[in-house]
Write a new protein. Structure first.
Length: 162
């Protein structure tokens, strides 16, 4: 029951945030960059789907933290982190006491280029989960369903490991 309430609250906040942004409607689907389309294909995402970062969604770590806080999640910035595989600097963020790593690249194209590496890091059970948002790749190795739901609602579907 608690999970359903949290999910409903997340969806309500996201609806309010998106409507407040004055989202413009378009009659055509957004076009994916060639790099995004290739990265999506490598990660197993059908070509008609977009990846978070291609639409009006939180644009940086500060925006993600703000949106997560608005959902009622407890969010705290922690230490920087480095990956042996991912090339961008990382930041640990605790979401409801769960550790989530945010790697921020100079551009969305640079993040796109790392998606094939993410697919290699994900085991057959889909763990850890990786998300892509704009110029960020986000890694969550935990098993908390509430945190997974929050991440998926704010960041969108995983680029790899589903």
């Amino acid at each position: 029951m608690k999970t359903k309430v949290v999910i409903a609250a997340v969806l309500a906040v996201l609806t309010l945030v998106l409507s407040a942004c004055g989202a413009q409607t378009s009659t055509s689907e957004p076009e994916l960059s060639t790099a995004t389309a290739e990265a999506n294909a490598t990660a197993g995402i059908p070509p008609t789907e977009t990846v978070p970062g291609d639409a009006d969604v939180p644009g940086d770590l500060e925006d993600v933290v703000r949106v997560l806080n608005e959902t009622g999640a407890t969010v705290n910035l922690a230490d920087p982190v480095e990956s042996d595989v991912l090339s961008a600097p990382g930041q640990i963020v605790h979401i409801n006491k769960e550790e989530v790593e945010f790697y921020t690249y100079g551009s969305a194209e640079e993040a796109d280029a790392q998606v094939p590496l993410v697919a290699d890091l994900t085991n057959p059970e889909g763990e850890p989960q990786f998300y892509r948002l704009g110029n960020m790749l986000i890694r969550y190795a935990g098993s908390d369903d509430v945190v997974r739901d929050l991440l998926e609602n704010v960041l969108g579907a995983q680029p790899a490991g589903q």
